[in-house]
Design a binder for this molecule. Structure first.
Ligand SMILES: O=C(O)[C@H](O)CO
Length: 327
C-alpha cells in the first residue's frame, strides 16, 4: 500500500511507518508546506494520507487521490481543514468510507500551558517590557509604568470547556482566580472539578476579566468574536485565543484594541497563518501574537507524530485506530 506524508516527519512517527512492512512511504521532504498542485499530484493512487492542519483536504484532493484512499491521518487535534461534508459525500459515493485519525489528548497539556503563558505575557505586558529594556525606555522605577492586570481575585471566562479548556482552567485556578465561568453548547459535569459556572455567553462577556477561547472552529463559531462580542466585554478585560484564528473577526478585534474597547489580546492563532508582517494587529502594543505554537514542545510533537503514524497504519490494516474521528 502507498502512503503520502505532506510534510517531513521524523523520529518514532517515520520509524513506525518505514518498519511496518505494510506501506511504501513517500513524503514531502521539507519543513515548509507543499504547494497545492504538488499535493494533488502526489496523492494520486495512495491508500493513506498523513496531513497537517495547513493542508485543506476537500473533494478535489479526494478526487485526485482516487478510490484506493482508505485513511486520512491528521497531525492535529483540530480538523477544520478536513472538509467533512465532502468526505461524507465521498463516503456515500464509494460506500467503503474513508477513516480519519487525529491526535486528541496528547497535546492538551502543552497547549494549556502555552495558553496560560500567553495570557500572562499579554496581561502583564511582557513583550512590551522586554522591548523597553532593550530600547532604553526603562528610565527608572515608576509607580504606574508597565502596569497590567493580575489573575488574583479575578473572574476568568472560558469559551469551550473541552479537554484543553479544562486543562487551562486547572492551571489558572492556583493563581487565585475567584470565579471561573464557561460557555458552550452544554453544561459539563467535569466542570465541578474547577468550580466552573455554566453561564450564557453574554454573562461571561460582561463579567470576565480574562476571556479564553478554547472551542473548535465550526460554522457556529466562525467569526463569533466580532464587534458585538467585544462590545460586551469590560474595557479592562484581556482576550486570549489559542483555538483557531477564524473564530475571531480580526478587523473588529483591531478596532476593539485600538479604541480601548478591550484592554489587550493574546493570539496564538490567526487568519491567515502566517499573519502578514504588515498586518495592523502587529502595530498594536496591546496585542501579543504567537506563531501557532500551542503544542510545540519536543516531546508533544514527537508523541503526535507517533500517534498520527499509528492511526494511519491502523486505517490501512483495517484495525482499531488509537484515535479515530467518527464523523
Ligand atoms: O489542532 C491542533 O493540533 C493544534 O492547533 C496544533 O497542535
Amino acid at each position: 500500500m502507498k502512503v503520502f506524508l505532506t510534510r517531513r516527519i521524523s523520529g518514532e512517527g517515520i520509524k513506525i511507518l518505514q518498519t511496518s512492512g505494510v506501506c511504501e512511504v513517500s513524503m514531502w521532504d521539507s519543513d515548509e508546506p507543499l504547494p497545492r498542485a504538488e499535493l494533488l499530484k502526489r496523492v494520486q493512487g495512495v491508500d493513506g494520507l498523513l496531513c497537517l492542519l495547513s493542508d485543506k483536504i476537500d473533494a478535489e484532493v479526494l478526487d485526485a487521490a482516487g478510490p484506493k484512499l482508505k485513511v486520512i491521518s491528521t497531525l492535529s487535534v483540530g480538523y477544520d481543514h478536513l472538509v467533512m461534508e465532502e468526505l461524507k459525500c465521498l463516503y456515500c459515493l464509494f460506500i467503503s468510507g474513508i477513516r480519519v485519525g487525529y491526535t486528541p489528548d496528547v497535546l492538551t497539556d502543552a497547549t494549556a500551558e502555552l495558553t496560560v503563558a500567553l495570557l500572562l505575557a499579554t496581561a502583564r505586558r511582557l513583550p512590551e517590557g522586554i522591548e523597553e529594556v532593550k530600547n532604553g525606555g526603562w528610565s527608572s522605577w515608576k509607580p504606574l509604568w508597565m502596569c497590567g492586570y493580575g489573575l488574583s481575585g479575578s473572574t476568568v471566562g472560558i469559551v469551550g470547556l473541552g479537554r484543553i479548556g479544562m486543562a487551562i482552567a486547572r492551571r489558572l485556578l492556583p493563581f487565585g482566580v475567584q470565579r471561573l465561568l464557561y460557555s458552550g453548547r452544554t453544561a459539563k459535569a467535569e466542570a465541578a472539578e474547577v468550580k466552573g459556572e455554566f453561564v450564557p455567553l453574554d454573562t461571561l462577556l460582561a463579567e470576565s476579566d480574562f476571556i479564553v477561547i478554547s472551542c473548535s472552529l465550526t460554522p457556529e463559531t466562525q467569526g463569533m468574536c466580532n464587534k458585538e462580542f467585544f462590545s460586551k466585554m469590560k474595557n479592562t478585560a484581556v482576550f486570549v485565543n489559542s483555538s483557531r484564528g477564524a473564530v475571531v473577526n480580526q478587523e473588529e478585534l483591531y478596532q476593539a484594541l485600538a479604541t480601548g474597547q478591550i484592554a489587550a489580546a493574546g493570539l496564538d492563532v490567526t487568519t491567515p497563518e502566517p499573519l502578514p508582517t504588515d498586518h495592523p494587529l502587529l502595530t498594536l502594543q496591546n496585542c501579543v501574537v504567537l506563531p501557532h505554537v500551542g503544542s510545540a514542545t519536543y516531546s508533544t510533537r514527537g508523541i503526535m507524530m507517533g500517534l498520527a503514524a499509528r492511526n494511519l497504519l491502523a486505517g490501512l490494516q483495517g484495525t482499531a485506530m488509537p484515535s479515530e474521528l467518527h464523523y
